[in-house]
Design a protein around this ligand. Sequence first.
Ligand SMILES: Cc1cc2nc3c(=O)[nH]c(=O)nc-3n(C[C@H](O)[C@H](O)[C@H](O)COP(=O)(O)OP(=O)(O)OC[C@H]3O[C@@H](n4cnc5c(N)ncnc54)[C@H](O)[C@@H]3O)c2cc1C
Length: 535
Amino acid sequence: MQIEDADYIVIGGGASGAVVANRLSEDGAHRVVLLEAGDPADGFMNKMPSGGLTRMNKPDADWMYKTEPDPSLGGREMVWNAGKMLGGSSGINGMVYIRGDRRDYDQWANELGCAGWTWNEVFPYFLRSENWQGAPSQSHGTHGPLAVSEPRMSHPLAETFIDACEQFGLRRVPDYCAGDVDGAFKNYTTQLNGQRWSTARAFLDEAGKRANLRIVTGALVDKVVVKNGRATAVVAIVNGEQVTVCARREIIVSGGALHSPAILLRSGIGPAAELGKHGIAVVRDLPEVGQNLQEHVSFPSTFEVDVPTWNNLFGKVSLAREFLKYVFARKGLMTMIPVEAMAYLRTNPDLAFPDVKLSLGLMMFDLAKGGPANIPGMAIFQNVAKPKSRGEIRLHSANPADKPLIAPQLVGHPDDLASMVAGAKMVREIFAQPALAKHVKRQVSPDPMPQTDAEWEQAIKSRSSIGFHPVATCRMGGDEASVVDPRLRVRGIEGLRVIDASIMPVMPAANTNAPSIMVGEKGAAMILEDARVPA
Ligand SMILES: Cc1cc2nc3c(=O)[nH]c(=O)nc-3n(C[C@H](O)[C@H](O)[C@H](O)COP(=O)(O)OP(=O)(O)OC[C@H]3O[C@@H](n4cnc5c(N)ncnc54)[C@H](O)[C@@H]3O)c2cc1C
């Protein structure tokens, strides 16, 4: 296959990469090629909100990375899902829209050397993307391509949960998109008229018709070619054939936090010792490529309740009715979001910022059955808001067909484990508040119920899993050790940037889809600004 040269080549059409490809091709002045390993994600199942979730654990649409044994979880290995399609993980994600807190981004800028990334500086880029469907509000944008709306299907117990959080002593947050998430609130979702609004829908469906944007799916990128310190081309495998595409201006790596570092490593950019192990010639010794992997460890607590929840809709007849409701009215269970409300807790009142994040779902799983439980339930998924634990990404080999080696440490830091134990006990207290207590019949899991802190630690280690928010493996910073500088340029290489969740220096206290889209917006704007400055 012949792919013509371009001004810009974007590697990966996920949450960030789709935005970058759209914005760089917007004015028609530049030729852009987007190389995506997955498929176009334009079928019915990609558009029906729950349909995206059914593409999880299918190797054609999900990378299904396998982790190394995690010593912090008793040596367990896990499958780490990530979308392999246009839209990337936004094609299979839970569609929760959340930006994080003002203090997240102020920390990036003021403490971690990321000049230009304070809340006030990133806020306009959240608005630029957004096509808000709700009442007019200064904290939302209405001219962008990314639809954000109130969920079409909302369970009354989500509101009851917020009442219980208030009774427990948390704030009810009036506008969680305005830079303050400290308390409890109901979530908005990336849907439009009952359709999943992945970044493929938002940023590529229309843009894909532009003459100056070429989107190539089924293109597995091997590496970036660097000549005399400048990134000049990308090597990819398309239909089993090796293809080289040349870039006149810049190459942008947007493979996500699990894959972008692997692409840099295969290109000879990374820790020299790791490159040497795989016979890869060192182009630039950058020791932190693949380091600093941060993730939201996720621990479930589930409760049986006395009113029907979405669990009651999973019988064959109900499912058929809900499906028809979707087909004819774009409503019902198929539009459900798995997390309807969230809350932030301090496990120690002296903490300046909450250390635990709670996500409420109005459905519980039966692990033994491997699907929704047959009884009505609620589930809380609990994370450390800003984890201190760090894992890493390395390579199994220099072969692009080999997926990256992922060595997580989900609760490797003792403070994270302590927050998880204290948080799980506080979840029990929230569910014992009057508003919820009258509906709770029993706590279903963890089972058996831990009695001592040691037993809680054991429960966390044996039942926690991945939260699907990997960040920081190509860390941005003002220091020379960081992988990219605050304009997202790879240190020491001309014409090469990383623009995706991997550049976040530390986890925002939030799910990472909207932050990754913001990174795409800001990164693309910086490329265009830099192109206007005469050399
Ligand atoms: C199951 C799940 C549920 C989630 N739920 C939520 C949620 O409800 N709310 C929220 O805010 N966040 C959620 N997230 C997280 C959010 O979707 C991600 O943070 C976001 O998509 C990250 O954007 P990204 O661009 O960094 O990576 P991605 O969106 O993963 O995009 C990376 C892209 O690069 C492509 N790629 C990778 N390697 C190569 C290669 N070698 N060659 C070519 N292409 C390549 C991939 O196929 C993919 O399309 C969820 C994630 C998952 C997996």
